[in-house]
Design a protein around this ligand. Structure first.
Ligand SMILES: *Cc1c(COP(=O)(O)O)cnc(C)c1O
Length: 360
């Protein structure tokens, strides 16, 4: 094969996308090319929102390239990683023909985007083993082969089960599927994990893509800023498939502010605090009567099985503590997913469960 472009839908390889006013590359001082208002709104607040935003602001692209330690041309800025998932499925899967591989229980957007594109979903269930959840990478590779998959979605750490996919397994899948599929590693919770990003594997594997987001550890869920890290050829194709102006100006500002060194230092300190709290809450829950199992986690959440999840869920709600009910999933019919909050939040959770206040 000649490269990752061979994995893109044949009808989109040369597709140039919408030629928006901001992409024409022209320069000037009198801007009359985009039917914008020449005046900011009286309520603008200095943001200059009368102008369409840069589709891929260079400063943010450079900032995220530095943060994730990849070359700038390997970065596609996206409206959250949700947009990246959607772009990948649309650009790689021909409707009614191609498939994606997912390993449930996992993040629901992979299946939603596949359904919207009429791509088949090949499921390779995670193994619920004695020492925790585990991805069967050989089964993933075999199913991708048999099922004609164009994308393999690996979530690491996985939402909601919390385990990581070992780098060796990611690399093996990328090699085994080099002529067939893009291996997508969703690292929405990568900051909380004790493993290097799969982005370090990108130079050796053109059919690998890594999804990062500022929504979780960087505390910008409301700004909707994500990044896809991949081979520059794939980045260019996806950019042409994306909406003309995916990133609102205020969101780009917020993201740039979040990348300032003092903010990053505070973010790193908070991540360390969340990891410490995750281990404290894990230990407290594991010791609680009525808890069948609290799985180890490398994310900022815990998946917990209860003898009576219904009663626990309602008791928590009655004290104002809202957790995620996972019981709609047949393999998690006794499970709740609990995000790690502040020390006070976590104490409120433990108190409502009868664990009392525990020493930090
Ligand atoms: C939260 C989450 C996302 C969504 O990220 P956005 O950047 O906010 O769109 C992506 N993947 C997983 C696994 C998540 O849990």
């Amino acid at each position: 094969m000649s490269g990752v472009l061979d994995l893109v839908r044949a009808d989109l390889r040369e597709f140039a996308g919408y030629a928006s006013a901001r992409r024409s590359g022209v320069a000037g001082t009198v801007w009359l090319n985009a039917n914008e208002s020449p005046w900011p709104s009286p309520a603008d607040g200095g943001l200059g929102l009368n102008r369409y935003p840069d589709p891929q602001p260079a400063a943010l692209r450079a900032g995220l390239a530095a943060l994730y330690a990849v070359a700038e041309e390997c970065v596609l800025l996206t409206r959250g990683s949700d947009e990246a998932i959607d772009l990948l499925v649309r650009a790689l899967c021909q409707a009614g023909r191609d498939a994606v591989v997912v390993a449930p229980p996992t993040f629901g957007m992979y299946a939603v985007c596949a359904r919207l594109q009429d791509a088949r979903r090949v499921e390779v269930p995670l193994l619920d083993a004695a020492d925790g959840w585990m991805l069967d990478i050989d089964a993933v590779i075999a199913s991708a082969r048999d099922g004609g998959a164009r994308i393999v979605f690996l979530c690491s750490p996985n939402n909601p089960t919390g385990e990581i996919v070992p780098r060796e397994a990611i690399a093996r899948a990328a090699v085994a599927l080099a002529d067939q599929a893009v291996v997508v590693v969703d690292e929405a919770y990568g900051e909380y994990a004790g493993q290097d990003s799969a982005a370090t594997l990108l130079p050796r594997h053109p059919n690998l893509a890594v999804l990062r987001t500022l929504s979780k550890a960087h505390a910008l869920a409301g700004a909707r800023i994500g990044a896809l890290l991949a081979d520059p050829a794939l980045v260019r194709v996806l950019r042409n498939v994306a909406a003309p102006y995916p990133l609102p100006t205020p969101s780009v500002r917020a993201a740039l502010a979040a990348l300032q060194p003092p903010v990053l230092a505070e973010t790193r300190a908070r991540i360390a605090g969340v990891v410490a709290e995750r281990e404290r809450v894990h230990a407290a829950l594991s010791a609680l009567p009525g808890v069948r199992r609290c799985y180890p986690s490398q994310g900022n959440f815990l998946l917990v099985r209860f003898d009576d999840a219904e009663t626990v869920f309602r008791r928590l709600l009655s004290t104002g503590v809202v957790v995620r009910d996972m019981r709609g999933n047949p393999r998690l019919d006794d499970a709740l997913r609990i995000s790690i909050g502040t020390v006070q939040d976590n104490d409120a959770l433990l108190a409502a469960l009868g664990a009392g206040r525990t020493a930090a």
